[in-house]
Ligand binder design. Structure first.
Ligand code: NDP
Length: 242
């Protein structure tokens, strides 16, 4: 059976993506780091869509943890196939570069960039064998424009955009598409510390986006209708940057 793996799928944008893909009929592997309660809630919501939901906690910044978790899942599911991979897990550790600590730089890179690399390399092997697949990387407007206080985050997202374009060319002949979705300001736990009232004045649409509005774009890229779109970045940002 066909599964979609969503890293950081338990909360926020990732949870909305799990529900969108579940609505399209995919069974879902919900990855998360540590918040068990949020993961259980996400699992119940996915199952309510009539598909299977497997919780698969692992830290995307740990290559060994990725390997162990995905090998274990494959052993338990010899006949199942991860047809869609959404690399969504990410963290913010904002600071001005002149003050930025090594761990603030390294943690953001390890999660967004190394997490993308190690998870994708693992999942891609079966996609290449099956000659089909969809890889969708959640990046950020910050990786397109650069945002002050986010040199680490902007760099990690710009790097994933570069990798998206390169990998798309590597696997296009195998009928695997690789795209990115770049959200602007989305109302989730990650942005609860931001001053929404001040920031929404900068957004032409005049508000933060919802996780579902990002998930719709991911659903489209995962669908058969998007089979001629690869190596591209779709912005979902209310006109913040075009
Ligand atoms: P949230 O903070 O709301 O949720 C983050 C999710 O990622 C949780 O499921 C969390 O798991 C998981 N996670 C965090 N670190 C790891 C890790 N090391 N390994 C595995 N899972 C991890 O984030 P959002 O939903 O807001 O953001 C989702 C993605 O979209 C991120 O990559 C973010 O950078 C990006 N983005 C967000 C924007 C926004 O405005 N919100 C804008 C642009 C991009 P747990 O619950 O266990 O902690």
């Amino acid at each position: 059976m066909n599964y979609a793996l969503v890293t950081g799928g338990s909360r926020g944008i990732g949870r909305a993506i799990c529900l969108e893909l579940a609505g399209m009929g995919y069974n879902i592997i919900i990855n998360y780091a540590s918040n068990q309660q949020a993961a259980q809630e996400a699992k119940a919501l996915v199952e309510a869509k009539g598909v299977k939901a497997d919780l698969l906690p692992f830290d995307v910044s740990s290559p060994a943890a990725i390997e162990a978790a995905l090998d274990g899942w494959k052993e338990a599911h010899p006949d199942d196939f991860i047809a869609v991979l959404v690399n969504n897990a990410g963290i913010r550790r904002d600071n001005m570069l002149v003050l930025m600590q090594d761990d603030e730089w390294n943690d953001v890179m390890a999660t967004a960039l190394n997490g993308f690399f190690h998870t994708t390399r693992h999942v891609l092997k079966s996609m290449v064998r099956k000659r089909t697949g969809r890889i969708i990387n959640i990046v950020s407007v910050s990786g397109l424009t650069g945002l002050a206080g986010q040199a680490n985050y902007s760099a990690s997202r710009a790097a994933v955009i570069g990798a998206t374009k390169a990998l798309a060319k590597e696997v296009a002949a195998r009928r695997i598409t690789v795209n990115a979705v770049a959200p602007g300001y989305i109302d989730t736990d990650m942005t609860h510390d931001l001053d929404q009232a001040a920031l929404k004045g900068q957004i032409p649409v005049g508000r933060f986006g919802t996780p579902e509005e990002v998930a719709y774009a991911v659903g489209f890229l995962a669908s058969e209708r998007a089979s001629y779109i690869t190596g591209d970045v779709i912005s979902v940002n209310g006109g913040l940057y075009t």
